[in-house]
Design a protein around this ligand. Structure first.
Ligand SMILES: NC(=O)c1ccc[n+]([C@@H]2O[C@H](COP(=O)([O-])OP(=O)(O)OC[C@H]3O[C@@H](n4cnc5c(N)ncnc54)[C@H](O)[C@@H]3O)[C@@H](O)[C@H]2O)c1
Length: 333
């Protein structure tokens, strides 16, 4: 198996998660890791750096994995692209649309660039099943969606970097809601009309929102509602996809904390003649999953892109820019 010489910048929770996924994959040779907080690299045998530029310049990797705070993402991504290095970066693609556009410009200037953003929810088994169902057309066209993605903040929520606007760029909608927005965009298309309520409902002195409701409409009239919440005291992931001839319901999501419940997808065919059940209670088809393979599927796609065997399909720069455009719109209420 060809080994890709790789460095990871940012060894917090996600850096470590990506490290493990690359080790499981076997096609990456992690030559160095980097974090401004040296203690986050304790226990690792790879060469350690505290300055990302030095790490890239000295080790000359073929790929770089960026898992820093949002504010540092654009500079590192642009620098690596300019050096002809393949980049896998965590979401969000920077703090705002301007950051995303900077990376798009660097991408367009680079020769044969590889750039992929970590919108890993597209690789959850329930989401992949939903995609296959929609593509099969057996439920007709997806026409509207309802999504709730909520977590319970944290004990020091107000002081986390995630809620320091200069570092993060936004609150729960940018941090977690972006995954739900990405899924809605994936299934329904780009939303061009957006109405939102972005609020501090519990953490009133925080610079960022702890709740954001949005009503979104695509150019061809598909509609979605999204609630992104840090005040969902019992964690929740729920996405309903309503189609012309049926209905898909995704509930729960496998994560490391297991706090979003079992991951399941159910679908139902429209049955007004009541051939399969009572009115409004058609036959249910359900699949449950007990293993989260999203990190592995995602790394495999990146690996094949770096080797030049396949193009990046999920998490492309065009999608990153579109998402940040929609988020700018959500925040501009
Ligand atoms: N794909 C997903 O599902 C997912 C999930 C959680 C977080 N994320 C994203 O991953 C990124 C990191 O989040 P996290 O939860 O791991 O946060 P974290 O706080 O656990 O880790 C971030 C790490 O980056 C380091 N760092 C910050 N700036 C740096 C710089 N300039 N150079 C080197 N190191 C730097 C910090 O010291 C810290 O160790 C964020 O952009 C976040 O939005 C993605």
């Amino acid at each position: 198996m060809e080994k890709i010489k790789t460095v990871i910048i940012g060894m917090g929770r996600m850096g470590k998660t990506r490290y493990e996924a690359m080790k499981r994959h076997g096609g990456f040779e992690i030559t160095a890791i980097c974090d401004t907080a040296a203690h986050n690299m304790d226990g690792y045998k790879e060469k350690k750096y505290e300055r990302w530029q030095e790490c890239i310049d000295e080790t000359e990797p073929k790929a770089v994995i960026v898992c820093t705070y949002n504010a540092a993402i654009p500079e590192i991504v642009c620098y690596a692209l300019e050096k002809g290095i393949a980049v896998f970066s965590e979401k969000p693609p920077g703090r705002n649309l301007e950051d995303a556009l900077k990376m798009k410009e660097a991408y367009e200037r680079a020769e044969d660039p590889v750039l992929k953003f970590g919108f890993n929810h597209r690789y959850h088994n329930s989401v992949m099943e939903a995609r296959a169902l929609i593509d099969s057309k057996i439920l007709g066209e997806v026409i509207c969606a309802r999504g709730v993605y909520g977590k319970a903040g944290s004990p020091n929520f107000e002081t986390e970097w995630r809620n320091d606007t200069s570092i993060s760029g936004g609150g729960i909608m940018l941090d977690q809601g972006i995954h739900m927005l990405d899924l809605m965009y994936y299934f329904l298309g780009e939303f061009t009309e957006i109405q939102s309520s972005v609020d501090q409902l519990v953490w009133k002195d925080m610079p960022t929102e702890d709740s954001a409701f949005s009503i979104l409409r695509t150019g061809d009239g598909k509609v979605a509602s999204l609630h992104s919440s840090a005040i969902q005291w019992r964690h929740k992931f729920s996405l309903d996809l309503i189609c012309t001839k049926g209905f898909i319901s995704l509930n729960g999501l496998l994560t490391s904390t297991k706090s979003y419940g079992e991951e399941r997808i159910s679908y139902y065919r429209k049955d007004l003649e009541q051939k399969t059940g009572g009115l409004g209670k058609p036959m249910e088809h359900t699949m449950c999953f007990n293993e989260d393979q999203s990190w592995d599927y995602e790394m495999e796609e990146f690996y094949e892109a770096v080797r030049g065997k396949k193009a990046v399909v999920q998490g492309k720069i065009e999608d990153a820019v579109n998402l940040m455009k929609m988020l700018d719109n959500i925040y501009s209420v």
